[in-house]
Design a protein around this ligand. Structure first.
Ligand SMILES: Cc1cc2nc3c(=O)[nH]c(=O)nc-3n(C[C@H](O)[C@H](O)[C@H](O)COP(=O)(O)OP(=O)(O)OC[C@H]3O[C@@H](n4cnc5c(N)ncnc54)[C@H](O)[C@@H]3O)c2cc1C
Length: 470
């Protein structure tokens, strides 16, 4: 990759001394192991090592670091848990990686308001383990144990988004350090507000390019009293995806509605994590205040599935079976990696309006087949999100080119259906070429916002707008 001379990729001894004086000697490293650990997320994108990693533990330390980096034109890339799937925290231009791991405190829980104040380095699973003792949870659930800062910055979502929303729907206030070092606090604790520009949501999905999030007030939900799960198997993906539209059109909002194609079901069955008919399936979860409510929803959904040709509907699954199903669903990627030894994966993340979901799934299958590729189609079907997972052979340029071509064709098709290049993984590296197609002239407004908040382009350069554009 071309080097951007405007940036200082490798820190000077003076810079290292300065950073050390801010965070303390024990919390800065240029050791290869630390640099390599912060050179790559969980995506298939190429690694790039930073010049230095720092682990601050307060907003004041971050303020001081950013002020200095801004004056010196040193790139700063925030780092949460490094579980992104689109290269989002890869420090493309070296410089400083700012790892928020030490800022992992729950600051205050307000059960009566269903709210929690947290530091941004806290991992959401750790937070939910603590909140569960008070009957509360933060609903967005990316499979990996992501940090709250990383979830906010990528607007992460997950299996329960259908009922509870994405990360952006569950955040009320933020504390953010801007590139200049200025600290701002935005948002209120009220459930709604019409007060001025919505700066909270400006930072959601900004992938560390507009500021470093240091604290957040999150909206929580009560742990459901009653829940139930169902597995609906269908002879074809068309039947399964038509049933998705039917369920969503019925007025019922399941807590989760996931689609797995035949190849994925077969791989999960072979791993021993799932025992389902060898057919495409929908995995559905219901939450309700009463048993009667659960039974009613289950019965309506079963009727819809039957009308759409469902060949087997296993409903009313208890906690043990339900936990096992979700464990299999959350381990899907790892299981597919194990069942394709020697392969890497292009991990996709398109989303479309729900009525076009069947067309998207059919088209993804066609694009794979046209290139002689095998792939897996998995998705948060209830919100129109599909993750085609396409194996390729690392080091084999032809194999990668084919997988990449299928990826590009599917993304373009999703956008042409009124959808998006990324439902939840963010723009990172792989989706920046589609930003113009998706956003048209509003991309210029995004550029103007970036130039206002980060005029020297030091924050996570190369992301959102692409390489060569701070
Ligand atoms: C097995 C697996 C399954 C996954 N499933 C899902 C899924 O279902 N849904 C989903 O949405 N995602 C999923 N992901 C992707 C990933 O977990 C999410 O994107 C998550 O939000 C990343 O959080 P992180 O803490 O790891 O952030 P990182 O990867 O460390 O960083 C993400 C981005 O946020 C920025 N950032 C980090 N912290 C801050 C901060 N404090 N302030 C400002 N910017 C910051 C970084 O610079 C980067 O651009 C999955 C990942 C894996 C490995």
């Amino acid at each position: 990759m071309e080097s951007m001379t405007k940036y200082k990729e490798t820190p000077t001894p003076e810079t290292l001394n300065f950073l050390s004086s801010v965070v303390g000697e024990a919390h800065i490293s240029t050791a290869n192991a630390d640099l390599e650990q912060h050179a790559k997320d969980q995506s298939f994108h190429e690694a790039h090592t930073p010049g230095v990693v720092v682990w601050p533990d307060s907003v004041e330390e971050i303020k001081t670091i950013l002020k200095y980096a801004n004056q010196q034109r040193i790139p700063v890339t925030p780092w949460g848990a490094g579980t992104s799937l689109e290269g989002n925290p890869i420090p493309l231009y070296g410089g400083i990686v700012l790892d928020t791991m030490r800022m992992d405190k729950i600051l205050e829980v307000r059960p009566a308001d269903f709210q929690v104040d947290v530091q941004s380095g806290l991992k959401y699973k750790d937070m939910n383990a603590e909140l569960g003792r008070q009957g509360l949870f933060f609903a967005p659930d990316p499979g990996a144990n992501a940090s709250i800062g990383g979830m906010l910055a990528n607007n992460a979502a997950g299996t329960r988004t259908l009922r509870y929303g994405t990360t952006k729907d569950n955040v009320l206030r933020l504390e953010v350090v801007l590139a200049s070092g200025e600290i701002i606090r935005t948002g209120t604790r009220a459930a709604k507000t019409s007060s001025g520009y919505d700066l909270v949501h400006l930072f959601i999905g900004s992938e560390g390019t507009l500021g470093v999030i240091t604290q957040a007030t999150l909206q929580l939900a009560p742990l459901p009293d009653k829940f139930s799960a169902a597995v609906a198997s269908f002879p074809t993906p068309e039947n399964a995806t038509q049933a998705v539209s039917g369920i969503m059109g019925s007025g019922i909002t399941p807590a989760a509605l996931e689609f797995l194609d035949l190849a994925t079901v077969s791989a999960l069955n072979a791993s021993g994590e799932l025992e389902a008919p060898e057919q495409p399936l929908l995995l559905i979860e219901f939450h309700s205040a009463t048993d009667a409510g659960l039974a009613e929803e289950l019965s309506i959904v079963e009727q819809i599935c039957t009308q759409e040709g469902c060949s087997q509907f296993e409903g009313g699954l208890g906690r043990k079976e339900r936990d096992r199903l979700w464990s299999a669903r959350h381990q899907t990627y790892e299981i597919l990696v194990r069942s394709n030894p020697g392969s890497a994966f292009v991990i996709m993340d398109v989303a479309v309006p729900i009525s076009t979901y069947p067309r998207l799934v059919a088209l993804a299958k066609e694009e794979l087949a046209a290139r002689g590729l095998h792939g897996y189609l998995v998705g948060h079907a209830g919100d129109g999100n599909l993750h085609p997972l396409i194996p390729y052979t690392p080091g084999d340029a032809d194999s990668y080119a084919l997988a990449f071509a299928a990826d590009q064709a599917i993304v373009e098709a999703a956008i042409s259906m009124g959808g998006t290049a990324t439902g939840e993984h963010g723009v990172g590296i792989g989706k920046s070429p589609f930003m113009s197609l998706e956003h048209g002239s509003s991309l210029e407004v995004m550029r103007a916002i970036k130039a206002t908040l980060d005029p020297h382009g030091i924050l996570n350069p190369g992301k959102i707008f692409g390489v060569g554009e701070g």
